[in-house]
Design a protein around this ligand. Structure first.
Ligand SMILES: Nc1ncnc2c1ncn2[C@@H]1O[C@H](COP(=O)(O)OP(=O)(O)OP(=O)(O)O)[C@@H](O)[C@H]1O
Length: 251
């Protein structure tokens, strides 16, 4: 594995009682890119995502993160290593404000960083960092609002802020654009682009079109296997990809 590849799956397979949900998947995520994993219903996207984030154990195959074998690591271990899944840690507390939510996320006991926040001066630093993160996801006007009051798209932005609080090297987003209207999709796509400026993003999405201008690389899964991979211009012209999406209304 070269330095360029930050996350890699080799021959990854997952069976559920004899049913092969993911079959021999080889995936290479390049450092500093936005990589989308897409596919029609039942393609195995969530299963791959759960395997990569250690929520599921593969039946066979290997997962490498920065050259280290993490196939048997636990989710908390890999989060500490910088591989962070959005909703895993971004449990947003509805009755806390946006600012409070981000502060809580910053205080999460991850390794030694927890103790760092105990002194007076570090509490100021924590507040400043929270304000900065809120600004980064364009939520400054919502800072004092309860999370429960946020419109859907803004809630997803808050989730991204609480994920960023862990300063992940690789951020894994589970359908970050799902259920959004056109305007929210645009805004969230811009946000993902911005936060990806100095990290790697791997996202699972259903629709090819929403990831078109967002991703450097798109991997298309179908029935647990990789059907096509490459930039949008390449995969969107692939006959098998078109066929897989035909009639689903999601192409
Ligand atoms: N825990 C499980 N037990 C049995 N079968 C499962 C389990 N999880 C997933 N599957 C099956 O594995 C296949 C892939 O499912 P998966 O959820 O990974 O697909 P997906 O691409 O994420 O689909 P969707 O877009 O519908 O969420 C499906 O046929 C599903 O029924």
């Amino acid at each position: 594995m070269t330095d360029d590849i930050i996350l890699e799956a080799r021959g990854l397979s997952k069976e559920f009682k004899g049913f092969v949900a993911v079959k021999e998947v080889d995936l290479q995520v390049r450092r500093g890119t936005i990589h989308a994993l897409i596919g029609p219903n039942g393609a195995g996207k969530s299963t791959v995502f759960n395997l990569l984030t250690k929520f599921l154990t593969p039946t066979s195959g290997q997962i490498l993160y920065k050259g280290r074998d993490i196939t048997r690591a636990r989710p908390a271990d890999i989060a500490r290593m910088g591989l962070v899944r959005s909703f895993q840690i971004s449990a947003v507390f509805p009755h806390l404000t946006v600012l409070e939510n981000v502060r809580v996320a910053l205080q999460r006991p991850l390794g030694t960083s927890f103790h760092f926040w105990k002194s007076e001066s570090s509490l100021h630093a924590l507040h400043d960092r929270a304000v900065e993160l809120i600004e980064a996801v364009n939520l400054t006007p919502w800072s004092g609002h309860l999370a429960a009051e946020l419109p859907y798209g803004r809630k997803r932005a808050l989730e991204i802020a609480t994920t960023l609080a862990l300063d992940p090297e690789v951020m894994l987003l589970d359908e970050p654009l799902a259920g959004m209207g056109h305007e929210d999709i645009e805004r969230t796509a811009q946000l993902i682009k911005r936060v990806a400026a100095d990290r790697t993003v791997l996202m699972v999405e259903h629709n090819l079109s929403v990831v078109a201008h967002l991703s450097d690389t798109i991997t298309v899964l179908r029935r647990g296997e990789i059907l096509a991979e490459g930039p949008y211009e390449v995969v969107s012209k692939n006959a098998q990809v078109m066929e897989a999406y035909m009639g689903t209304g999601h192409a």
